[in-house]
Design a protein around this ligand. Sequence first.
Ligand code: IMP
Length: 171
Amino acid sequence: METLLTTEQIQTRIVEMAASIEQDYPPEEGIHLVGVLKGGFMFMADLVRAMSPRVTMDFIAVSSYGKRTKSTGEVRMVKDVDASLEGRHVIIVEDIVDTGLTLTYLQDILRARGPKSIKTACLLSKPSRRVVNVTVDYVGFTIEDRFVVGYGLDYAEKYRNLSHIAVLDEE
Ligand code: IMP
């Protein structure tokens, strides 16, 4: 498999992202990250380790594509957050924005929970695939329309454990 982003490139960018997130919030206020499982777990783990102790976290799980590599547009919540989001600065932490349907769904349901603010951080974005106009406040890397795996991202549940991001050869 061809490497698209090395471990070093990813780590360097995450430190930059953490710094710009920290700058955007008043220092005395908490930041509550909501990681989207399963794909976002590795990004979340590295992002929070680059942030200050004021960060708290929770997780949400949505249905994946299964064994296919194309979006069906169907989104289903499998696991909700544990703690209330009311009055908190919330950041959704996602692995990749592709069509934007998953993120639009998540932003809508989480915004309805009364957070003080809501933003989104995505490691990867494929803007050419977008079918809905969705706001992503922090983007790690903008990539072309290629199916990628590794660093949390899977194909049929495999390759999530890679510490870099690779392009999956055409199925
Ligand atoms: P969207 O709803 O089309 O934006 O899809 C977002 C979700 O699709 C992500 O959270 C991933 O789980 C999955 N996805 C989209 N593109 C890729 C890819 O290139 N590799 C692996 N998973 C992907």
